[in-house]
Write a protein that binds this ligand. Structure first.
Ligand SMILES: Nc1ncnc2c1ncn2[C@@H]1O[C@H](COP(=O)(O)OP(=O)(O)O)[C@@H](O)[C@H]1O
Ligand SMILES: [Mg+2]
Length: 434
């Protein structure tokens, strides 16, 4: 490893982020200035484009297609964010079983414009369309939703990424490109960068918006893949059992942790053209305050980066009954959960001991967190008078480990082996047994 490659994100802690300064400065803007507010593009997906609302912790996602595609994301996202950020986090924290945990988050979903009928989109756009960039159809009217913004990674991390992974001749331009300030990284624990086709890698290394980080790179950057695996497991457990969704096609990204805890109230966002369309729902402004700041590892991570689960337009409710389709429902959950657009989760059928330990961390955290959440839900139901037989209770609590076993079997089939053969390999290699 050449010495330049030892760049550690630890230095991010002490670096003053120009972004944080800009946010602070913008917060101080007088109301009159907000009338000239522009909305720069910060991300693009397959059906939506995301725009920054400068000076706030919110962003806008605009549908490139019909409102029908965005509406499910909004409705599901609202439920998932409330259940993951508030309910599951509360249960996990109170259980005391996860000391120094930093719960991964889901953006809060605030409100929508123009999902109800086409006319209101047009009306809203007549007043606000000019705020969007002209490029990439920014000023074309479409339904819009307002959600919590994932803050970009700090300058020191952005510079390291460019220096480490961009072609030398592209680096100067990339360092100067304003667009690269909106840097979020996807986290792919299930693959290494060498496994990616060179042309695909080259395309990926053109912009820091949505930059992929594979397992070897996370190690190289000192971003602790084991902590990320734990975060993903917690998010998934919360999404399954506290929110009740299968998490089909969700994505995991890392951004920085917001430094400024207080947020502007929704009403201070300047998009007032159609106030009745701005959701009034006031979410509990709950933050991850559970981590112990004296612990070095946690406090570093606390300030440097945060794992987020995003993109809920394909998720659906899971069947949580323990009736006769119990086994089939678990198989379906395994299949839907694993259907992601990228190798986010660790490999269950590991090729080396490091990959195997990473999977164990993920699987064990998932099972433990899921059981903690399920137990709390069972107890609450019982407190309300529900009668849950000992048998049902046992079957309910067994679901997380059956899910993980099902996952291993499904992945074994994909990789032309069987769970049995893989377990034999585990024993022979003397890797830790589950
Ligand atoms: N809440 C957010 N804050 C900041 N950037 C975001 C946020 N949500 C999405 N993005 C960025 O925009 C990109 C597209 O968003 P995504 O939700 O994946 O859209 P799509 O549903 O079209 O796939 C993401 O990959 C990410 O880089
Ligand atoms: Mg997407």
């Amino acid at each position: 490893m050449n010495s330049r490659r030892g760049v550690s994100v630890r230095s991010a802690i002490s670096t003053t982020s120009s972004f944080a300064e800009r946010m602070e400065a913008l917060r101080k803007l007088r109301k009159a200035d907000l009338e000239t507010l522009q909305l720069p593009e910060i991300g693009r997906g397959s059906f939506g484009t995301v725009y920054e609302i400068p000076g706030t912790e919110w962003c806008l996602k605009k549908a490139l297609t019909s409102p029908q595609t965005m509406f499910p994301e909004f409705i599901n996202g609202m439920r998932i964010s409330a259940k993951v950020n508030n309910k599951a986090w509360g249960i996990i924290l109170q259980s005391g079983e996860f000391p120094n945990i930093l719960m991964p988050r889901v953006p809060e979903y605030l409100g929508t414009h123009g999902m109800e009928d086409h006319e209101s989109t047009t009306r809203w756009f007549e007043e606000n369309g000019h705020r969007f960039p002209v490029e990439n159809g920014g000023q074309k009217s479409g339904s819009v939703m307002c959600l919590e913004r994932i803050m970009p990674l700090q300058q020191v991390i952005r510079e390291s990424l460019i220096q480490l992974y961009f072609k030398p001749e592209k680096q100067a331009e990339a360092l100067a490109d304003e667009k690269n300030k909106a840097c979020l990284c996807r986290v792919y624990l299930g693959s290494t960068s060498e496994e990616i086709e060179p042309e695909k890698r080259e395309r990926e290394c053109m912009t820091l918006q949505n930059f992929p980080l594979y397992l070897d790179q996370l190690e190289e950057l000192n971003m602790d893949p084991f902590l990320i695996a734990r975060d993903m497991a917690l998010d998934l457990a919360a999404g399954h059992w506290a929110a009740g969704f299968d998490m089909l096609d969700v994505e995991y990204v890392i951004g920085s942790r917001p430094r400024v805890q207080a947020r502007p109230s929704p009403s201070s966002i300047s998009l007032k053209a159609d106030e009745k369309d701005v959701a009034e729902k006031s979410f509990q402004r709950m933050r991850n305050v559970g981590a112990n700041d004296n612990d070095h590892q946690t406090s570093f991570r606390n300030r440097a980066f945060q794992v987020w689960m995003i993109d809920f337009n394909k998720v659906s409710r899971i069947n949580t009954t323990v009736g006769k389709n119990y086994g089939r429902n678990i198989q379906k959950l395994v299949c839907n959960t694993r259907a992601t657009d990228g190798p986010y989760y660790p490999r269950a059928i590991a090729r080396n001991e490091n990959e195997w330990n990473l999977w164990l961390e993920f699987a064990r955290t998932y099972i433990r967190a899921s059981k903690t959440i399920l137990l709390d839900i069972i107890e609450s139901a019982e407190e309300l008078g529900a009668k849950i037989t000992a048998n049902s209770r046992e079957r309910l609590l067994k679901r997380p480990s059956l899910f993980i076993n099902g996952w291993v079997e499904a992945e074994a089939v994909e990789r032309n082996t069987t769970g049995k053969e893989f377990r034999k390999k585990l024993k022979e290699s003397k890797w830790e047994l589950p």
